[in-house]
Design a protein around this ligand. Structure first.
Ligand code: SF4
Length: 164
């Protein structure tokens, strides 16, 4: 066998071994079923509130992202609960997890994908307290298209956002 063939074989074997390693690492993580991930709950914890809190913290790191271990420490979560929570948030499309090597150990960096919806923008919207709201529709006689309250509100909102 020529030396170049031998090299090619060696390379092929190396590639196979690497692929096997990757697959095993993936399998380890995928031991959890989809249901276990998406339905993950922590005892006596309001999961919605916790998930909002995680997003709030991660969003403050912007596109830089933060180490998941730092987040678990902040929230006093075990790494088991924390990594399951991260998987759940990833499945929900709220964050992405980026595998990185940190001080010689593999960990994940969490980066926000979706910012939780803030209700700030509709805080003073007239529709929230409108007495004819139930009769209001896009093509109806009472409609946001012709509503004076909406017009006034948008005008004030625009003025205040410009002066900020
Ligand atoms: S658009 Fe105007 S009329 Fe319709 S619900 Fe809002 S405030 Fe009321």
């Amino acid at each position: 066998m020529g030396s170049s063939k031998l090299e090619a074989k060696k390379l092929e074997a190396k590639k196979k071994a690497e692929a096997k390693k990757k697959l095993e690492a993936k399998k380890k993580e995928e031991k959890l079923t989809e249901e276990e991930i998406t339905g993950f709950q922590i005892d006596r914890t309001n999961m919605d509130r916790l998930m909002n809190r995680v997003c709030e913290i991660v969003v403050s790191y912007e596109t830089e992202g933060m180490l998941q271990t730092d987040l678990w420490k902040k929230l006093k979560l075990s790494s088991r609960d924390g990594s399951r929570l991260a998987l759940k948030l990833e499945r929900m499309g709220m964050i992405t997890r980026e595998k990185i090597l940190e001080k010689g150990r593999w960990t994940y960096k969490l980066i926000i994908r979706k910012t939780p919806v803030s209700t700030k923008s509709i805080e003073n919207a007239p529709c929230l307290i409108c007495p004819v709201e139930s009769k209001c529709s896009i093509d109806g006689e009472i409609s946001p298209k012709t509503c004076q309250y909406i017009e006034d509100w948008v005008f004030v909102e625009l003025k205040t956002s410009k002066s900020k």
